[in-house]
Write a protein that binds this ligand. Structure first.
Ligand SMILES: C[S@@+](CC[C@H](N)C(=O)[O-])C[C@H]1O[C@@H](n2cnc3c(N)ncnc32)[C@H](O)[C@@H]1O
Length: 218
């Protein structure tokens, strides 16, 4: 029997998400939650079997800009025992919703720019995987700069940073500049996966950090 097709967005979460977009368009940065197709492309590195680059469990995973949890759900399904998973979003309404859906997951209402302090308070060492749903295309440039600084301070060598860019804005100067900054920060270029079944279609981009391990978080 054929599996039913997956929808282009998470319809039960669509209206709450849209409501928050209408109140804070630059912060939410999208009209609809990501589809399961995009979510699966975003978590390819989470839950992978051990390799020299990803040697042993437990792994430390951070999700930035979780919204209603399109990526969170996929990450939770891939967690192993002892793994640490921290979810960060700046919108209190989204965090409430995430805590209701996954009471066992640590969800914190804060800016992604404060990631080094958030990890330090929880004694979580350099992170293996950062999955970001942050709307870099609409965030103020200074906020993006602070967040990338936080990523550079917390992602371990050979750890991964995964984000997405919508196809219609992929060639815009801001999106190109963002990729250039990430290339410099990670010392690598991203792998790219095109996801047609999303509203709107998007690329999932994943960098592996070739820079030295960061110092322990503040
Ligand atoms: C485009 S939505 C993505 C939501 C979800 N990951 C998805 O793909 O459906 C962007 C999310 O980033 C959050 N956000 C925006 N700026 C942030 C910041 N500085 N720190 C943490 N979260 C932020 C918004 O509240 C929103 O939930």
């Amino acid at each position: 029997m054929m599996a039913p097709p997956l929808p282009l967005t998470d319809w039960p979460e669509y209206f709450p998400f849209l409501g928050r977009f209408l109140r804070s368009p630059r912060t939410v940065g999208a009209l609809a939650p990501s589809s399961k197709w995009l979510a699966r492309a975003m978590v390819v590195h989470v839950g992978q079997p051990s390799t020299p680059a990803n040697p042993v469990r437990p792994v430390r995973i951070v999700e930035l800009g979780a919204g209603t949890g399109a990526f969170t759900r996929e990450i939770v399904e891939r967690l192993g025992s002892g793994d640490r998973f921290l979810v960060v979003d700046v919108e209190p309404g989204f965090i409430e919703c995430l805590r209701r859906r996954w009471p066992h997951v640590e969800c914190v209402c804060a800016s992604a720019a404060t990631l080094p302090a958030l990890l330090g308070e929880r004694q979580i060492g350099p992170v293996d995987h950062i999955v970001s749903g942050l709307p870099f295309a609409s965030l103020p440039a200074e906020t993006t700069r602070q967040i990338l600084d936080a990523v550079g301070k917390t992602l371990r060598r050979d750890g991964t940073f995964t984000t997405f860019q919508y196809v219609h804005s992929y060639g815009l100067p801001r999106a190109v500049a963002f990729r250039r900054e990430m290339n410099a920060l990670m010392g690598s270029t991203p792998s790219l996966q095109f996801v047609a079944r999303n509203l709107p279609p998007a690329f999932a981009l994943s960098w592996t950090n070739r820079r030295a391990d960061p110092a322990r978080p503040d």
